[in-house]
Design a protein. Structure first.
Length: 246
């Protein structure tokens, strides 16, 4: 039996390399692919950095049927990919993710904020921006070893690429999918860290609107569950329920 292709989409400022500890723990029945998203890592110069571009990249990389995993920004993108490629994505695993910002005014405000940040990022070194982003509220409580590894991963990026990612793939730039969750009829695993109260609430709201959704709350983890508890995330991907679930 051929291996099951699994595509993993990373978060903003990360790269595909951030999935290494998860993919190393997966059963051999999986064929994991963790590409760098446009504006990041080896794809830092790939243009345009847009939703359509990311969808095209995933469609070209994936076989006819595949499972899709996404973290934070990558989770939002994964939802868009699943809706854009009906029949090809057979299962979703979303970590610390949401479908976007539902209120148009709030979304416009966020987009303006992302544009302002993008202008600022272009004036920084990647080292300076990596240090600044590590202080983001949902990331600041990461264990020291996780912070160190994540910093090295962030340094694979460029200020120019991240600025384009903010403009093209930021929460304010992408349309909200809250009203379309009912169209996602494939099984969806929603993972949130125990300490990540904001996204635990978001996953509960998502689960109420998705036809086939299960929530797993991973103990002793914050927003980036796959970096803090990679074995737990790999177990959920493999169909196990190793952590407190709802």
């Amino acid at each position: 039996m051929p291996p099951l292709t699994l595509i993993l989409l990373h978060g903003f400022t990360n790269t595909g390399a951030s999935w290494a500890d998860v993919t190393a723990t997966l059963p051999q029945r999986y064929r994991p692919l963790a590409p760098d998203i446009r504006g990041h890592g080896d794809a830092t110069s790939r243009r345009p950095v847009s939703l359509d571009g990311v969808i095209e990249d995933v469609a070209a990389l994936a076989p006819d049927n595949f499972e899709l995993v996404g973290y934070s920004m990558g989770g939002r993108l994964a939802l868009h990919v699943a809706l854009a490629l009906p029949g090809r994505v057979t299962r979703l695993v979303l970590i610390g993710s949401s479908p976007g910002i539902a209120d148009p005014g709030e979304r416009a405000e966020r987009r303006a904020g992302d544009e302002h940040l993008a202008d600022a990022v272009r004036m920084m070194t990647i080292e300076r921006f990596a240090a600044r982003w590590a202080l983001t509220a949902v990331l600041a409580d990461q264990p020291v070893d996780v912070q160190a590894a994540t910093r090295l991963d962030r340094l694979r990026n460029t200020p120019e690429g991240l600025a384009e990612a903010l403009r093209g793939l930021g929460t304010g730039a992408l349309p909200s999918l809250w009203g379309r969750l009912g169209e996602v009829t494939i099984p969806v695993e929603l993972i949130a860290g125990e300490r990540d109260l904001k996204f635990r609430h978001a996953t509960e709201e998502m689960a109420a609107r998705l036809p086939q959704a299960r929530i797993t709350v991973v103990p002793d983890a914050g927003h980036a569950v796959h970096l803090e508890q990679p074995a737990a995330v790999a177990a959920v991907i493999a169909g196990e329920r190793p952590a407190r679930a709802a």
